[in-house]
Design a protein around this ligand. Structure first.
Ligand code: RIB
Length: 298
């Protein structure tokens, strides 16, 4: 199972608050902690912990955070030869409320210095993998370049369109699996998935653009998947939420592993939902998975 991940690497500065701060409000935080983060890194580490060979293409800053974040990927078994150093490492200022919900201010830093040229230089990483997994925390032109390279080599392309951004049709038609949440789905399609019919309509809109499979993550409502042969629901797993940060990333990392090893679509989504549910029970976006969780994927 060879997976290449192209995306962001951040340090997450996490503040526990009674509720997400409102405009003009000053709030006291009851705790502060620093965690490894970045959607790309979170997804890569999940996939690596679940047994895949993962290579990362990205950028960290020439600073202490950069060294630590790269070291963390290495300690988790991710190959980092294609991670370059420039500028300052990306940071996320994250408020986590007592109910486990979050709100994030992102400073992209070095992540926005990942260029199409860097992708070109590392095209062998993509060529040697079965699946390419990406998100939208690096410049869109670099995402487009990576998808073009992967499409040329006929790789499976999984795009997690987060944070939400409009995407050109030329990109969507090359995507094998697109994994929006409700907000991202609405932005990509102009259709609010406020009912099951609307959800279906929005997904069909994306299938009409050439996306092969759409998987929508719906938080406590579970996940919905659809392609031109099948569709179905996976129920959400009920857990006591401590911190929802990184749940979507764990879902995507686990999905990539499940797809890579040939699970059926329904099984892959079910397994990914279980892995994501575990992450919600821990602080930080990159918990260490216990053997009982890893076994789900073996
Ligand atoms: O998806 C969660 C991640 O988004 C955090 O780790 C943070 O770094 C932001 O990139």
């Amino acid at each position: 199972m060879n997976i290449s991940v192209i995306g962001s690497i951040n340090m997450d500065l996490v503040y526990r608050v009674p509720h997400i701060v409102k405009e003009g409000e000053t709030l006291h935080s009851s705790s502060h902690s620093i965690h490894y983060g970045g959607k790309g890194a979170n997804q890569a580490i999940t996939a690596s912990q679940l047994g895949a060979n993962v290579s990362f293409i990205g950028k960290v800053g020439k600073d202490a955070f950069g060294n630590q974040a790269k070291g963390n990927l290495e300690n988790n078994g991710v190959l980092t030869a294609a991670i370059k150093e420039e500028g300052s490492t990306g940071q996320a200022i994250i408020q986590v409320s007592d109910s486990g919900e979050n709100s994030i201010v992102l400073f992209p830093g070095a992540n926005f210095l990942v260029t199409p040229d860097q992708i070109d230089q590392e095209y062998n990483v993509i060529r040697n993998s079965d699946v390419l997994l990406l998100q939208l925390e690096i410049p869109l032109e670099s995402v487009e370049k990576a998808i073009q390279v992967a499409a040329n080599f006929e790789k499976i392309i999984i795009l997690n369109p987060a944070p939400a951004k409009e995407l050109p049709d030329s990109l969507l038609k090359k995507v094998s699996l697109l994994t929006p949440n409700e907000t991202e789905l609405a932005l990509l399609t102009g259709i609010e998935p406020s009912s099951e019919e609307k959800l279906m309509e929005a997904c069909k809109f994306l299938l009409g653009k050439g996306v092969r499979t759409v998987i929508v993550t719906l938080g406590s409502k579970g996940a919905f998947y659809i392609n031109d042969k099948e569709h179905g629901w996976v129920e959400a797993i009920k857990v006591d939420a401590v911190d929802t940060t990184g749940a979507g990333d764990a879902f995507n990392g686990a999905l990539a592993v499940a797809i890579c090893r040939g699970d059926s679509l329904g099984e892959a989504v079910k397994n990914a939902a279980e892995i994501a549910a575990y992450v919600v029970t821990k602080m930080g976006a990159q918990p260490e998975f216990p053997e009982s969780i890893k076994r789900l994927m073996t």
